[in-house]
Design a protein around this ligand. Structure first.
Ligand SMILES: Cc1cc2nc3c(=O)[nH]c(=O)nc-3n(C[C@H](O)[C@H](O)[C@H](O)COP(=O)(O)OP(=O)(O)OC[C@H]3O[C@@H](n4cnc5c(N)ncnc54)[C@H](O)[C@@H]3O)c2cc1C
Length: 500
């Protein structure tokens, strides 16, 4: 067996969007990272087509937001129509930049995003990427983990060591199995045919998504980015799955869909059947092994949130792993990961299941009730906005805006997050440091803490917290409020990590 002797701070198994995001976040904080991926290149077919402003903030913190923005399209929202085309529910998006500093929702082409994340990593000397490496064995030792993989380019076996291993290895995660975690099944399971089309020219289609809640053939149609269109078509019990993926059959669906285009106007780039499921791993960590992204949870894609949830996992883990590997926190900090993230992701999975029930509804009585209630009075949809769960870093998350993301104002020299970087931050009114100068003096010397004094105009963002200062975590979630200097010092001193 070939030995690869270095011990990395973190070994990431799986180089999908979640692994690539996590690797960027860790290397930018100075950690050494190895990534092992069994494929030789980026997976060429898109799965995710949508991400939100919170995820764009993570890309901003990595330094790829401008490039990702240029590759992405915006969306003006989603409409749910019944079989007759009548409106049942609507989610309107304005397409302009909002309180998080970005447009609330973007449509994109997943391979473009993954290439961008990898290109950014290529500029780092902290990372080693092992492509065509299939991980087959993971063994935990007292202070490190040994990972064995086959280099499938030359059939050699390699051994790599890491202080921590994060499995971003997708639905069939080996790391999850090594943790010994089973799934909790939230009960949704349905096959859908997923079709992507590249327009032969810009067809000028409205930039919205449509959920056609037609019991005869539930269907979703959407514009992604750069002339790419998506249809998701429910597989019915009577379908012959070998037939419905054929080109003629797929065009037949599209031409008769709620968003019809002619076959001469596009080229099918993928038609494949996926099983949409709702699974959450019961255990996300065992000592030095962790899981994130699809290896920890899978959701039906009706809310476009599967990858988004995985990127939130990465943002949650990154600052904790950085603090531990830099000796600023004990390994116990990792105990906060699953309690914070699991209830958050569960809210999105349950939201997607509820959507699934509306779209897939087939029971005649339920359909009548839907027509009566929703068609007569179409609802405005609002996406879930859960707080991080209890049992994490903050005991009061879920109250007073704590445990939710802070907004991102424009400061005199640009967007706020760019000034905070990967640090904790205090956001305060301009009066606060003057009155509490001792706290200001002590805290502004800490290397992992930034103090942002808000202009009068921006200080209104603190109104909802009922305090003149708040403490924000590196993943931009609000940790605590502070009413005065001693309050603030107490909050910082009680953090389960050092900011020195
Ligand atoms: C039809 C569809 C539509 C979707 N739409 C959206 C959407 O609009 N928005 C959204 O946010 N999400 C969406 N999703 C979900 C999203 O695609 C996934 O959540 C996301 O791709 C998961 O990323 P990941 O990095 O966790 O895992 P993956 O992308 O699955 O990456 C895992 C990687 O690990 C590698 N790997 C696995 N095992 C090993 C091993 N033993 N050794 C080495 N490498 C290994 C794999 O080769 C793979 O590259 C959609 C999914 C589907 C199917």
């Amino acid at each position: 067996m070939d030995e690869k002797s270095a011990t990395y701070d973190v070994v990431i198994v799986g180089f999908g969007p979640v692994g690539a995001t996590l690797a960027n976040l860790l290397t930018q904080q100075g950690l050494t990272v190895a990534i092992l991926e069994r494929e030789a290149g980026v997976y060429h077919l898109a799965r995710a087509g949508h991400f939100d402003a919170e995820v764009m903030r993570v890309f901003q913190s990595i330094g790829v937001a401008a490039e990702v923005e240029a590759q992405s399209g915006i969306t003006f929202g989603m409409r749910w129509l019944d079989a007759d085309g009548a409106l049942l529910m609507e989610w309107r998006r304005g397409g302009e930049k909002g309180p998080f500093g970005w447009v609330s929702d973007y449509m994109f082409h997943q391979p473009d995003l993954e290439r961008t994340l990898r290109a950014k990593l290529n500029t780092s000397t902290q990372v080693k990427m092992f492509l065509s490496h299939d991980v087959y064995d993971i063994r935990e030792q007292s202070d490190h983990v040994v990972i064995r993989a086959e280099d499938t380019a030359n059939s050699r076996l390699v051994e790599i060591c890491g202080r921590y291993v994060v499995g971003c290895d997708g639905a069939r995660s080996l790391v999850r199995r090594c943790i010994g975690s089973e799934h909790e099944d939230l009960g949704f399971k349905q096959r859908w045919l997923v079709v992507d089309v590249l327009e032969s020219r810009d067809l000028g289609l409205e930039r919205i998504s449509i959920q056609h809640c037609n019991p005869e053939r539930p269907m979703y149609a959407s514009s992604l980015a750069n002339r790419r269109l998506r249809w998701e078509i429910m597989v019915m019990p009577e379908d012959d799955v070998t037939q419905i993926v054929r080109e003629n059959s797929v065009w037949n669906f599209i031409e008769n869909s709620v968003r019809p285009i002619r076959r001469e106007d596009g080229e099918i780039t993928r038609a494949a059947i996926y099983t949409f499921e709702s699974l959450i791993a019961k255990k996300w960590r065992k000592s030095r092994l962790l899981i994130a992204g699809d290896s920890a949870h899978r959701t039906p894609p009706f809310l476009g949130q599967g990858m988004c949830a995985g990127i939130r996992d990465a943002a949650n883990l990154a600052w904790k792993l950085a603090a531990i590997c830099q000796g600023r926190a004990s390994q116990e900090l990792l105990e906060t990961y699953q309690p914070e993230r699991m209830p958050h992701v569960r809210a999105f999975v349950q939201g997607a299941i509820e959507f699934g029930k509306i779209i897939e509804m087939a029971d005649p009585e339920a359909l009548l009730a839907r027509t009566r209630d929703m068609r007569a009075n179409p609802k405005a949809y609002a996406p879930p906005n859960p707080a991080l769960g209890p049992g994490g870093v903050g005991k009061e998350y879920g109250t007073k805006g704590l445990g939710r993301q802070v907004v991102q104002p424009h400061l005199a020299d640009g967007l706020m997050d760019d000034q905070i970087g990967h640090s904790f931050a205090i956001l305060s009114t301009s009066e606060f440091p003057k009155i509490h100068d001792e706290a200001h003096r002590r805290l502004t010397s800490l290397p992992h803490l930034k103090w942002i004094v808000l202009s009068q105009q921006n200080a209104s963002l603190l109104d909802g917290y009922g305090a003149p200062a708040i403490v924000v975590r590196p993943d931009r979630y609000v940790h605590a409020c502070a009413h005065d200097g001693s309050d603030l010092l107490a909050v910082i001193n009680a953090l389960p990590l050092s900011l020195h």
